[in-house]
Design a protein. Structure first.
Lengths: 402, 167
């Protein structure tokens, strides 16, 4: 390990850094100052409801924009007030009402294009899509980062469930605001899970009842919550592992992925219809040929490492969705520019997880998508429209589920 | 995993008592500045408090350490321009009576470590100061042990060049 160094440099480095550490002086009032700051935090939570904080942050953002300085810092932005006094309450599954009771079938999914703006193309309904039928409401994330319930029939917001931060607000320095990136709902429509990504070191998974009867509660550290089709399990990623939580008992099992020792997992999970497997995307950055992105299958019953089902180089997979034929997973491909930045979405790829065979679709412009057995496919397009079949349900969103 | 209604402050105070000194020393190595080190460590505890979810038992120090390192990246971004100016030999005189030259050289070496690119700096500090293994460093930074080796190799090459300039 002494490569490229004079033989004595290792010792000299250690001595230099130890000396530097020894120069640290610990202020006598360090805990008192921290305690005061934390008390201020707790008091702020007591004073403000989530909506009030939204108002403050929005006003601050507007004011900052007005003077040409866009620097709402994370501490200025929004936080879910768990109980109003900075503490949390016990979880419960007993919500008073459901947000998404099954209703009569709505419009039949169609391949006809929706009204378009710009170059967005309405995704075609995969051939394996379930029969038409919609639910009365969906849970969506607005472009300014609020988690809300939307009435499908009217497209109106019914209620707000949480708000953490506006992803459009760029901090001048340091980490950005905690923003909601993924959202999942149990099949009975009662329990909503979402993540806030990714401070201080990893994201936080929250649960909130869909009827808005309680504030959101943090339940785990991780990203990308995904509820199993039968509603009994929650999967999410935690840096180098997939974690599966039994939603009845709260017990968790961790499935490490050796791929993730270098590049952590970043959510984007989808369950197979039978609930036996979880699929997700892992991308390895830094290879000379560009990033290598893999669609990975985790068989929950098998005692083996997750296996790669499909792989691309110098582009990345995103938005995996297990179709209800039980074997096909759809992913979107996204270009990577020369500098390593993400480019345009290239199109949809259907992967047969049994044979590895693939076929490509041509749809692009998709920011999020989901469907559940018996429901209509739901797409959130990059221009903010939520589309079901050939119908535009609402506009101004960047993620949704039902 | 949620912090219970009672005991939140006590838990944080205990974490502070256990880890504040170590984190402050780490932050001092990363920043070279007492006030900034204090600020980073305070901010790390605030972030943990705001996260509302406790790290796993036994993983608190690793979590706080990672937060301090992440926060130090913002500090280094701010100071990138300032770093172009050679550090002031403010305390060289203190060491003069023993070995002024060696002390000055070690100080310059510490400053050279802080001037390394972010990941290289993290790896050097965790390897030479925290005495972590490549695997432990990888776990702390979310990168592979192989990447740690690569970063350390590049950092050593850069530091060797710096040392050569100091001769």
């Amino acid at each position: 390990m002494n490569d490229a160094l004079p033989p004595d440099l290792d010792d000299e480095l250690r001595a230099a850094l130890r000396e530097e550490a020894d120069r640290a002086t610990s202020p006598a009032d360090a805990w008192a100052r921290l305690d005061e700051r934390l008390a201020g935090d707790r008091a702020a939570r007591r004073r403000g409801t989530t909506k009030a904080l939204i108002g403050v942050a929005a006003a601050a953002a507007v004011a900052a924009a007005a003077i040409g300085v866009w620097q709402v810092r994370p501490e200025d932005s929004l936080q879910v007030d768990v109980t109003g006094d900075g503490t949390t309450t016990a979880a419960t599954t007993a919500a008073a009402t459901t947000v998404a009771p099954p209703t009569a079938p709505s419009t039949t999914p169609s391949t006809a294009p929706a009204p378009t703006t710009g170059a967005t193309i309405l995704p075609t309904t995969p051939s394996t899509a379930p029969a038409a039928g919609s639910l009365g409401a969906l849970v969506a994330v607005t472009v300014d980062g609020r988690l809300v319930v939307v009435d499908v029939a009217s497209g109106r917001e019914l209620r707000e469930l949480a708000a953490l931060g506006d992803p459009r607000v760029e901090p001048v320095e340091g980490p950005g605001p905690n923003v909601i990136t993924d959202v999942a709902v149990t099949p009975d429509g009662r329990r909503v899970f979402f993540d806030s990504c990714c401070e201080p070191a990893v994201g936080t998974i929250f649960e909130v009842p869909a009827d808005g009867s309680r504030e959101a509660e943090p339940i785990a550290m991780g990203t990308g919550p995904a509820v199993s089709p039968d509603g009994t399990k929650l999967a999410y990623t935690a840096i180098d592992s997939v974690v599966v939580r039994d939603l009845t008992t709260g017990e968790e099992r961790t499935y490490p992925d050796p791929r993730a020792t270098e590049n952590p997992l970043a959510g984007q999970l989808t369950w197979s219809l039978d609930g036996k497997r979880v699929y997700y995307v892992h991308t390895r950055w830094g290879a000379p040929t560009g990033p290598v992105s893999a669609l990975v299958e985790l068989d929950l019953a098998a005692e083996r490492a997750p296996r790669t089902v499909a792989e691309v180089t110098n582009e990345v997979f995103e938005l995996p969705l297990a179709l209800d034929d039980g074997r096909t997973v759809s992913v979107f491909r996204r270009a990577v520019n020369a500098g390593g930045a993400l480019g345009a979405q290239l199109g949809e790829r259907f992967v047969d997880t049994m044979t590895g065979a693939t076929r490509d679709g041509s749809d692009t412009g998709v920011a999020d998508r989901v469907w559940r057995p018996g429901g209509a496919p739901l797409y959130v397009l990059e221009d903010g429209r939520i589309v079901s079949g050939d119908r535009v349900v609402a506009t101004g969103y960047r993620a949704a589920t039902w | 995993m949620a912090i219970p209604a009672t005991g939140e402050r006590a838990w944080l105070e205990e974490q502070f008592r256990l880890h504040h000194r170590d984190l402050l020393r780490l932050a001092r190595v990363l920043t070279g500045d007492d006030a900034l080190a204090d600020e980073l460590v305070q901010e790390a505890f605030v972030r943990v408090h705001r996260s509302l979810v406790r790290p796993r038992a036994g993983a608190e120090l690793a979590y706080l350490r990672r937060t301090v390192i992440n926060l130090s990246h913002g500090h280094h971004r701010r100071l990138r321009v300032a770093r172009a100016v050679p550090p002031e030999p403010e305390r060289a005189a203190e060491s003069a009576e023993h070995d002024a030259v060696a002390a000055s050289r070690r100080r310059a070496l510490a400053e050279a470590v802080r001037s390394l690119p972010g990941r290289q700096r993290d790896c050097v500090v965790l390897h030479y100061y925290e005495e972590l293994s490549d695997v432990e460093i990888g776990r702390a930074l979310g990168i592979s042990a192989g990447s740690v080796k690569t970063h350390l190799h590049r950092a050593r090459a850069a530091l060797a060049a710096t040392l050569e300039d100091l001769r």
